[in-house]
Design a protein around this ligand. Structure first.
Ligand code: HEM
Length: 463
């Protein structure tokens, strides 16, 4: 069972999973400090770094949040193989698209041995195990599309994904943290981190478009890194009252957000809208607010009652939440509640970073008090870049969801449901509700419009 506890937060109440595990140690490999995830102690102790920063505390740093200076929220050097005992998982996980194509995945999973996750000891092993089990879970549930849906995840998959999720502090479903943050390797290990040199460890149906979707998203995550590294500089600059330091760091953030938008535009080249809408999207869908699975899913061997979890979405990516909190973006209650809920789908360390940025001294107030032109300009540039990124994303959502959804409806109305076109087979249930419904555009526009308001002298008050 997932237990959620409410902990106080600066402005609103904030939900966190109570099974978050957070410890870290620094690896000075290559003389550049980054996190040695494998050596981290996976224990349920309280992290002394988790308390709110005060003036007598050391400078704010990203060191205790599983953020890499080089890769940001992405896991540095993810493992591609598990210990041999877990080979039966990897054998299936590596062939999920093919097994779905031949309608054989469920049968293969039924024959899979019941393996005990207790032999997974390293943090990177847990991350790969979660990715592999989550890919199998999505494939198992959606193998037959929205007609032939299962209500029960079999125990040989349900028990291990549940246990691995508990140890990582994340939900037992496919997440942005699986498909993007854990799912990469360089073709040439010495080569650059660019789209041509990247490949996925595991995939879902959709061929090159699915691969492009995850890899382009990785590029956006990577482009955020200089902005992420500038966040502690902003916070420390505000604490010290050093306006020049804050101004320069904000300029870095604005530039990073601009290059994230550039990377986002790669989606058009690498992902086909019809394939995204007709084939890929259902495999990213969850069993919460999904009319196909109103009750949720039973995790056999874990509990008898069905449970509901949202599917994978880049709304679970932490960088936007970090920038929003830093810049003091105040979301409208309903969309804010959705975004806050998405934080329960992040790794606990990343969620804690967002929380700690939120409880650091207000940058916005500092900018207003200083009344310095360069500082105000740099702050406004960050806000307008964030607005531009969100506007660009809205256009993309229109191309990948709104337009294909209209076309799919048209094809169905014309009775061309059996045409050999991925769109004609697109799931109907996601058209109107949940993460894929008509509410999407108004949600995204509200989020974008409230971002604009961060530049105004007085933020909007919600009743
Ligand atoms: C084909 C590409 C994409 C599509 C169709 C798409 C679609 C969506 C949809 C439907 C939502 C609404 C919430 C939900 O349903 O989960 C959403 C939210 C969001 N997406 Fe995307 N997305 C795409 C790519 C990306 C990428 C590459 C990023 C950045 C890494 C991104 C970042 C976000 C964020 C941060 C939100 C939360 C709303 C906000 O903060 O503005 N999306 N996306």
């Amino acid at each position: 069972m997932l237990f959620l506890s409410v902990v106080p937060r600066s402005a609103t109440s904030y939900l966190v999973c109570s099974f978050g595990y957070r410890r870290h140690c620094i690896d000075t490999h290559n003389n550049s400090p980054h996190y040695s995830y494998d050596h981290q102690q996976i224990a349920s102790s309280t992290d002394p770094m988790a308390s709110s920063p005060t003036d007598d505390q050391p400078p704010f740093s990203l060191d205790s949040y599983h953020v890499s200076k080089q890769y940001g929220f992405m896991l540095p050097e993810p493992l591609a193989e598990l210990p041999p005992y877990y080979q039966p998982w990897m054998d299936i996980a590596q062939c999920v698209p093919e097994l779905i194509h031949s309608h054989a995945l469920r049968a293969r999973i039924h024959q899979m041995p019941q393996l005990d996750p207790m032999f997974l000891q390293k943090y990177r092993e847990l991350r790969l195990a979660h990715l592999a089990l989550a890919v199998m879970t999505m494939g198992y549930v959606w193998q037959e599309g929205e007609t032939g849906i299962v209500k029960v995840l079999p125990r040989n998959l349900a028990v291990p994904i549940w246990e691995v999720s508990q140890r990582l502090g994340i939900p037992p479903i496919f997440l942005h943290g699986d498909g993007v943050l854990t799912n990469w390797r360089k073709r040439d290990p010495e080569g650059p981190f660019d789209i041509e040199n990247m490949e996925l460890l595991l995939s879902l149906p959709g061929g090159e478009s699915m691969e492009g979707f995850f890899i382009v998203t990785m590029m956006v995550e990577k482009a955020a890194v200089p902005g992420l590294n500038a966040i502690p500089v902003v916070i420390n600059g505000v604490r010290r009252g050093d306006a020049n330091m804050v101004t320069r760091a904000l300029e870095d953030i604005a530039q990073a957000i601009g290059s994230m938008t550039e990377k986002l535009s790669l989606m058009h080249k690498h992902v086909d809208p019809g394939t995204f809408y007709g084939t890929m999207r259902i495999f990213l869908s969850g069993w919460k607010d999904n009319p196909c699975m109103p009750e949720g899913l039973v995790y056999e061997g874990v509990q008898a009652e069905p449970v509901r979890f949202s599917g994978g979405s880049a709304a679970q990516s932490s960088f936007m939440h970090c920038f929003d909190e830093l810049l003091g973006v105040s979301h409208e209650p309903q969309s804010g509640a959705f975004l806050t809920r998405m934080r329960d789908y992040m790794f606990p360390q990343h969620k804690r970073l967002i929380q700690d940025i939120s409880s650091s001294p207000s940058l916005r107030q500092y900018v207003l008090n200083q009344d310095s032109d360069p500082l105000t300009t740099a702050f406004h540039r960050c806000v307008s870049q964030l607005v531009a990124l969100r506007s660009y994303h809205i256009n993309m959502v229109s191309r990948y969801i709104v337009v294909p959804a209209a076309r799919a409806r048209q094809l169905r109305a014309q009775g061309q449901g059996c045409v050999k076109n991925a769109l004609s087979k697109a799931p109907k249930a996601l058209e109107e509700t949940g993460t894929g419904g008509s509410g999407i555009m108004s949600f995204l526009k509200t989020v974008r419009d409230r971002t604009k308001e961060a530049s105004q002298p007085t933020p909007k008050a919600d009743s």
